[in-house]
Design a protein around this ligand. Structure first.
Ligand code: MF3
Ligand code: CO
Length: 236
């Protein structure tokens, strides 16, 4: 899983470096797909329930599962969430980042900072004996202290020889509740945070989830192993 995670990181950083005004989300898809081909590594998302691409690219009020398109040209001030996974020798890695397009406004910058900090808080709560409620509560606490909201309709997940395994890993919850973490478990923690209300809806394409109130949304994700010493991030 570490090997899968390394590929995920390399490709996400490649994509991050390509984000600028005038680039389309399909240009990002092409860069990622080309690099995967060079590496001989299989994408996790393409073909998953019929999903057509290797990346999910979700712009501004799009929360998750935006489909790359040559018509979606990024412009100065946008934010774009890039979600990506691969499978190496039967094991999965999954990670997401949200990237500013050129200069962005202060509230958007704060949304990105807080969402990434909430992921780190969730990771810090990962250790044997802690619960999934501890993880969710840690994420939610960071988000709500800043006046943002945690999306409820999508959650993190166990990950291993499948991209999505038990258990579900909510980005909200109560400390002490839910399944106990044990060394050897691997989970993907992936807060999706809206600047406004938490409600989302899925567009007619059947994939793209957007914030109902049109507010901006950010998404950060890591694949994280539970070890006796605490969390080990596999996608850094
Ligand atoms: N990255 C998403 C997750 O973390 C999965 C993308 S859904 C797909 O669960 F259909 F696009 F693959
Ligand atoms: Co995931």
């Amino acid at each position: 899983m570490r090997r899968a995670g390394k590929v995920v990181r390399e490709v996400l950083e490649l994509v991050r470096g390509q984000v600028k005004p005038g680039v389309s989300t399909f240009d990002l898809e092409k860069a990622a797909a080309d690099r995967l081909k060079e590496l001989g590594v299989k994408a996790a998302f393409k073909g998953y329930h019929g999903y057509p691409c290797v990346l999910c690219t979700s712009v501004n009020d799009e929360v998750v599962h935006g489909i790359p398109s040559p018509k979606r040209v990024l412009k100065q001030g946008d934010i774009v969430s890039v979600d990506f996974g691969v499978v190496v020798d039967g094991y999965y890695g999954d990670s997401a980042i949200t990237v500013p397009v050129g200069e962005i406004d202060a509230d958007s910058a704060r949304l990105l900072r807080v969402t990434e900090a909430s992921l780190q808080a969730g990771i810090a709560a990962v250790k044997p004996g802690n619960t999934l409620g501890d993880v969710g509560a840690a994420v939610q606490g960071v988000v709500e202290r800043e006046g943002f909201s945690v999306v409820r309709d999508f959650v993190g997940h166990g990950i291993g020889s499948q991209m999505h395994e038990e258990p579900q890993v909510p980005n909200f919850g109560r400390a002490g509740q839910g399944m106990k973490l044990k060394a050897g478990m691997v989970i993907a923690i992936e807060p999706m945070v809206n600047a406004g209300r938490p409600d989302v809806m899925v567009l007619e394409d059947g994939w793209t989830a957007v914030a109902k109130d049109g507010s901006r949304s950010a998404h950060f994700e890591h694949t994280v192993a539970v070890t006796a010493e605490g969390a080990r991030i596999l996608t850094d």
